[in-house]
Each structure stands twice: as C-alpha cells, then as structure tokens.
Design a protein around this ligand. Sequence first.
Ligand SMILES: Cc1cc2nc3c(=O)[nH]c(=O)nc-3n(C[C@H](O)[C@H](O)[C@H](O)COP(=O)(O)OP(=O)(O)OC[C@H]3O[C@@H](n4cnc5c(N)ncnc54)[C@H](O)[C@@H]3O)c2cc1C
Length: 487
Amino acid sequence: MGKKVHIIGSGFSSLASACYLAKAGYDVIVFEKNNYLGGRARQFKKEGFIFDMGPTWYWMPDVFEKFFADFGKKPSDYYQLERLSPAYEVYFGKEDSIVIPGDLEGIVDVFEKEEKGSSIHLKHFLKQAKGNYDVAVKDLVYKPGQSPLELVNIETIKRLHHVFGNIRSQVSRRIKNKKLLKILEFPVLFLGAKPQDTPALYSFMNWADFGLGTWHPVGGMYKVVEAMVALARSMNVEFRTNSNVQEITLDSVGKTKGIIVNDEFIASDVVLSGADYHHTETLLPQKYRQYSEKYWDKRVFAPSSLLFYVGFDKKLKNVKHHTLFFDTEFDVHAETIYGPPSWPKEPLFYASYPSITDGSFAPAGKEAATFLIPLAPGVEDTLSIREKYFNIIIRRLEELTQQSVKEFIIFKESFCVNDFVKDYNSYKGNAYGLANTLMQTAFLRPKIKSKKVKNLFFTGQLTVPGPGVPPALISGKIASDLIIKHN
Ligand SMILES: Cc1cc2nc3c(=O)[nH]c(=O)nc-3n(C[C@H](O)[C@H](O)[C@H](O)COP(=O)(O)OP(=O)(O)OC[C@H]3O[C@@H](n4cnc5c(N)ncnc54)[C@H](O)[C@@H]3O)c2cc1C
C-alpha cells in the first residue's frame, strides 16, 4: 500500500492532483462536502434543461491535452470538442455589436473594418502575446512559486517590460477604437483584476482568445469533470461525497496526523486541500495558520458573481453561444468591485446560451441561458436585490437584442455571494479566487506547501498559478509534484 494522501474538495485542481498522485503510487481519497463532484464546475439540470453553473469558456485546449497526455490519454478519449465559430459576440448598444469570428483571419478583418490600420497593430500585438504564451503557459505557470528565481531566465529578462507594464497601456498603445479596446481587455477579466492592474505578460490570454480559440465540450464543461473523475477512478482513486472536512489534526511537532470528516478521525500521511485556501487554514489551530485575517482582507480577490440559470420557452435571436453585454462603462462597474464594495448601478453582464450550438442543453425549440454579473466579494446579498438585478439585465437584453423574452421564462434559479460561501466555503463569496495582479503573481501568491505544517499542501485558484480551469489543472500538477518530491 502507498502512502495515504487525503484531498479536501473535488474541484479541477483536486481532481488533477488525485490523478497524478494515484499514478505515482499513492493511496488517494478525495473528500467532498457536497453531494456531487467538480466543485464550482458543477452542473444543474431542470425540466430537460442543463446548466454549467461555473465555467463555460473552454480556453487553452493545449493545457487539457497536456494533462491527459500525462496519462497516455487524449481529451477525445472522453469528450468531443468543437471550436465555436463565431467565438462570441459583444454588445455595445442597440443594434451595435461586434461578432468575433472563430478564426484569426476573420478577427483581423473585423478589426480592420472597425478601425482602419488596426489589423497591423493587432498582428504585432498578437505576435507578442503568442511569445508570452510560449514563455508563460508552456513554462512559467508550471513553477511551484517557491522562489523569485524560478522566474529568471533569458526569455523573462527580455520581457521585463511586460512584467511591469500593464495590459491596458499595452493594448491602447496603437489601437484607439473604444470597442476594440474593450474586446482586447476582456480576456484578462478571467484573471480577476482590472486591466490596468494586470501585468502585460498576461497578454497571453489574448493569444488564448484569438489564436487558440473558444471551444465547447459537447454536453458542457461538466464532461471534463466526468472525464477526470473517470481517469482518477481507473487508477483506484476513491471519492467520498457528503464528506465535510471539519479539522486537520496535527501531532505534537506540527505534522499532519489526519482529518476529521463528519465527526470521524481518518489517519493520513499527507493532506492536500483544494478547498479555498483561507477556509483550509481555519481547519487548523491558530498558531499553524500561515496567513492572518488581515493578510486575506488586504488581498485583491477575483469578483464574486450574481448568476441566473434560466429556461426560455423559445429560441432567442440576435445572440450567440457566448454573448457579452459591454454597453455600460466597465471602469465604473469595476470601481464597485475593486473600490469600496457596492452593487453596480449599470452592470456589465455576460450571457451563455449553450443550447444555440448544443442541442443537449435544452428541449427542442427552447433556450438555456446563464447570466453572470461580476460583483464585489462580500457585498450584501438578498433575494430582493437579486430580483432587482434580474429585471435590469432582462430589460437590457430585450432592448439590445430587440425581442421580448420575459414572458417566455419557464423558470429561473439564482446563485450569489451567500451561496458561494455556503456551498464552497468561499472567502467573502469570491467566485474565482485570488486575482493575478503583479503583487499576487507566482511566488507572491499563498504557498502550495505549508510553511508551518509538515505534509500539508494546498492547490486551487487561491494559490499558483491562479484562477480558471486550465490554471487549476496546472495547480494540481504542481501540488502533486511537490508532494512526490517531499514524500
Ligand atoms: C461562475 C463562474 C464562472 C467561471 N467561468 C470560468 C470559465 O468560463 N472558464 C474558466 O476557465 N474558468 C472559469 N471559472 C473559474 C474556474 O471555474 C475555477 O477557477 C476552478 O473551477 C476552481 O477550481 P478549484 O480546484 O480551485 O476549486 P473549486 O472548484 O472551488 O473546488 C473546491 C471544492 O472544495 C470543496 N470544499 C470546500 N470546503 C470543504 C470542506 N471543508 N470539506 C470538503 N470539501 C470542501 C467545495 O465544496 C468545492 O467542491 C469560473 C468560476 C465561476 C464560479
């Protein structure tokens, strides 16, 4: 029998770690407090409709390929991927939207049409963005974040101005059209910070967007969860749902002894937590926590969100699988998230209609829709506020896309700050972790290996490399590599 590694939570990072550790011969059990696997990427089904409740954008397909290749597999062994074409649509006003095609040539044409001469600048910018992708995603993001020296090599030295410059100044250097700038700033929103606070090195997200494309796993993002669970099970990983980890117990010298799950002690050799980092530390005695409440309070968190999952009794027109409603000022909205927390007066929002391209998401002639408004973590969350914002975005949707939808709503479910706290033990109800600002990148993020507790490790969106599904897969690999190295 191998050493016993007990993993808290079943999000993507935990699932990735479970696979790597099982392959390395450890005896792995995953404990998940909820009654399903996949963490924030769970799926919800109602009256023939399906909703991915968390991630909906499948970007960086190479990261998924790399993960499965480490086990001699391919994504296509488990799920079918389709490149979305068009990739998405962005609304700026009534009868004013830009459709982003599914191929680079088409995107270049769209830019040129919108602003004469911009296609040359776009190509130049994307060449740099691809260079950053090659340096960052193929190498840097796989570093464990233990030392600044990990980041020093010829390629990063050449790119120092990208580390200290920010995305906003980078994209606005030559392109001036406001709509195009909003589109170029959109990908870094996945990293959870404002474009002016995100290092220009993260322009690799623009390469991910335009160069590598937007993909859709047929049946939804949950197919990826199912694939990873199947892979883990094939290597004898055990999954225990409805298993709330209440405590990490230590011996007299501060080494993990085990975990208390649903009031029962279970002995472990190594504990790895993929639950939110802040929450995991609350499972330890105070003196073994590495980061104070003040530390967490000072971090820049990625937004929380108000989400609605809606079944419509008709097919919607003038929208795409992914549709962004950027008809209001992001900087004003962002102030309510990154300044003193409050509800935005005129929110930007995102809508996903997977049933436009994938018939499995809704019964024939109907549409499944997910709406997302980014919000400050910790903001007041009541049913009446949710309702008010639902009415705001439905009215905007009707105006901008010129159709009535409200009377076609069969049902709607909402999910917001309080649910993130209750369902995932999320710090202040953040939706996708700790933002990737300059001061919260790489070795400046909370550490994968506890400095205070022997054989306690962390993975997921609050440690390296950061928020998002591809980073979660990478985080799981980094954490398991460190466990293997130290055990
Ligand atoms: C609404 C939303 C939209 C998103 N959109 C995208 C997108 O389009 N594309 C993209 O790439 N990324 C997206 N993301 C981000 C991405 O989903 C996350 O970064 C990623 O799924 C996080 O995985 P994780 O492994 O860190 O943990 P999580 O998914 O947070 O999993 C942690 C798990 O730990 C469990 N847990 C907590 N405490 C305990 C305990 N005490 N005992 C047992 N279990 C516990 C929780 O129940 C949870 O299942 C989105 C996230 C959200 C919320």
